[in-house]
Design a protein around this ligand. Structure first.
Ligand SMILES: *Cc1c(COP(=O)(O)O)cnc(C)c1O
Length: 241
């Protein structure tokens, strides 16, 4: 449960000068062993990623191609990193992301799913993907509405080279704690319903949901992957486009 105590810890971790090793230890105590911790390293320097690696973290998430590639190059001597692309992916960058990432979390439209399938057919690696869903309307976020997803699932299932392995969701800004929990519960239910439908290729094994501010609710709802940035690495400077 996201208690007041947790909120204080969160505030201290996000804003304060707590050592990375203490942050990692604290987070690990909140995570059931079945939940994968993806350390979100956007705006985090390579030296800090190495430090996190030294503490045993192996799964890292980046959201911008142009930032991720030079960092991946510098970290090539660490071969057992699993790289997760968690940002919005433009179709024209699908190839470079498929070549460099093991997972793509934000597959949010049929066109992109088809592009990844087409690339894989021609020999580009085929990362595991999560389908990004918006169970509450949110003009600021990408993703399928539930209705549109059901409409597109048969076409997605027909893509022989696409490896759908889960659902991904981001909670909109400004929801109460209970609304956030409800949103994550609905994603979990949606995953269950898709699984019951027994598509040929689509496998919903992972629920990628939960960030620094809401990962406890996400875990409670059944998240299997949490994507944590600020709570591990502290506040980042604002993103600039
Ligand atoms: C930045 C980001 C995160 C991490 O957010 P924090 O609040 O720093 O934990 C998780 N998921 C996505 C898609 C992100 O862009």
């Amino acid at each position: 449960m996201a208690t007041l105590r947790h909120f204080r810890i969160l505030r201290a971790l996000v804003g304060g000068k707590v050592k990375l090793s203490s942050r990692v230890d604290r987070i690990r105590t909140h995570l059931p062993p079945s939940v994968r911790l993806i350390a979100v390293t956007k705006k985090v320097p390579v030296a800090t990623i190495r430090q996190a690696y030294g503490m045993g973290l192996r799964e890292f998430g980046e959201s911008r191609v142009q930032e991720a590639i030079p960092k991946q190059e510098e970290l090539q001597d660490l071969p057992d990193i699993t790289w997760h692309f968690i940002g919005h992916l433009q179709t024209n960058k699908a190839k470079v992301v498929a070549e460099r990432f093991d997972w793509i979390h934000g597959v949010d439209r049929l066109k992109l799913a088809k592009e990844l399938d087409k690339l894989a057919k021609k020999g580009t690696p085929s990362p595991k993907v999560c389908l990004q869903v918006k169970v509450f309307p949110d003009p600021d976020k990408y993703g399928w509405s539930v209705e549109q997803l059901w409409e597109d699932l048969p076409a997605i299932d027909a893509l022989e080279n696409l490896q759908v392995r889960g659902l991904m969701a981001i909670a909109p800004w400004g929801l109460s704690e209970s609304e956030v929990k409800e949103l994550f519960d609905r994603v979990k239910e949606l995953g269950d319903r898709i699984r019951e439908h027994q598509f040929d290729r689509i496998r919903i094994e992972q629920l990628s949901m939960g960030m620094s501010g809401d990962y406890l609710q996400a875990i409670e709802a059944g998240a299997t992957m949490v994507r944590l940035g600020r709570i591990l690495f502290g506040d980042r400077p604002p993103l600039q486009d």
